[in-house]
Ligand binder design. Structure first.
Ligand SMILES: [Fe+2]
Length: 317
């Protein structure tokens, strides 16, 4: 660990590098910005131990009992369903379904809790945008602010190491920049495992990738404006690599990793399609997702898009 005026860099062999920015450090100071962009684009994690996003006493009381906010609390504690907020419309998405224990489920929010939850998530989204703008001013023009996620359900099972793919919302080569915050009201840490760098992961699984033709359904949905845009080869590669990694039990058992605990009140920033990660424990976290085009990066050759294009020898968007 190398410390310079409250900003420290931690390097571990084979797994994630981390930049810690202590409270009180000016996020817009040029040397902090330089270190932050270097760390983020290099597949590292930026950690803010006391980032300053806070809930009011009333908001903490509201979320401290999940039955205050959901009409049905699942009996399996694997962190789902999540609550998705759309900052562009200032509303929680009503029909966001996920698989929980073989069933399709969505977070059914109590009408009494909805306005408070929307206020928390809207505030968080703006707060996250402000932190990112201070640290990465060169991204600002190109960044696209997407969904805000709240995870009110405890996670007591380990999520496989994975890279994020965007499911029905193709990024079309853009990277996923996310800022997470642990808002647990009783100081339970959020625990993650973080794996090896992107390139060795891709090299391991690339020979097993066999892409099917892009589905005509997704291109029709895109044309109708139901999903953001058509799936590109990039989206297909990322989704396929992700599921190959998740399904490989040997990989999950033996891949290099580091366990990280994020205390309540802390935040962390990461490109989640560049960094292998999986949640292991915790309850109540917020995150804001942005899409970041490769060409807006300080060094586009470090983007997952350009790394994949180099390794496959193909144009992917
Ligand atoms: Fe993830």
């Amino acid at each position: 660990m190398v410390g310079i005026g409250g900003v420290s860099v931690c390097e571990e062999a084979e797994t994630v590098k981390m930049l810690t920015i202590e409270p009180g450090i000016d996020l817009s100071a040029p040397e902090v910005r330089l270190k932050a962009i270097e760390m983020l684009e290099g597949g590292g994690l930026i950690y803010l131990p006391k980032s300053g996003f806070e809930l009011s006493g009333g908001e903490r009381a509201l979320i401290s009992d999940t039955s205050n906010i959901l009409t049905r609390v699942p009996d399996v504690e694997d962190g789902r369903p999540t609550i998705i907020f759309d900052p562009a419309h200032g509303r929680i998405k009503k029909y966001h379904f996920v698989h929980v224990n073989g069933k399709m489920m969505r977070a059914q929010i109590r009408d009494t809790a909805r306005p408070d939850l929307e206020a928390i998530m809207s505030r968080y989204s703006k707060w996250g945008e402000n932190v990112i703008a201070q640290l990465f001013p060169s991204y600002q023009q190109a960044l696209d602010r997407k969904r805000t996620t709240y995870r009110p359900i405890p996670r007591n099972s380990t999520q496989s190491l994975h890279i994020d793919s965007s499911y029905g919302y193709p990024t079309q080569g853009r990277s996923m920049l996310r800022i997470f915050t642990n808002i647990n009201p009783v100081n339970r840490p959020r625990i993650w495992q973080i794996g090896e760098p992107f390139e060795p992961f891709v090299r391991r699984f690339l020979p097993s990738v066999h892409l099917s033709k892009p589905s005509w359904i997704s291109s029709i949905l895109a044309r109708l404006g139901i999903i953001d845009g058509a799936k590109t080869k990039y989206d297909q590669y990322i989704a396929t690599l992700r599921s190959l990694g998740i399904r490989d039990k040997e990989y999950q058992r033996t891949a290099p990793r580091k366990i990280m605990e994020f205390p309540a009140g802390s935040s962390w920033i990461v490109l989640t399609d560049l960094v292998l990660h999986g949640a292991m424990g915790g309850q109540h976290s917020l995150d804001q997702t942005f899409y970041l085009p490769a060409d807006a990066m300080g060094d586009p050759s470090r983007s997952p898009l350009r790394i994949l294009e180099r390794l496959t020898g193909e144009a992917l968007v």
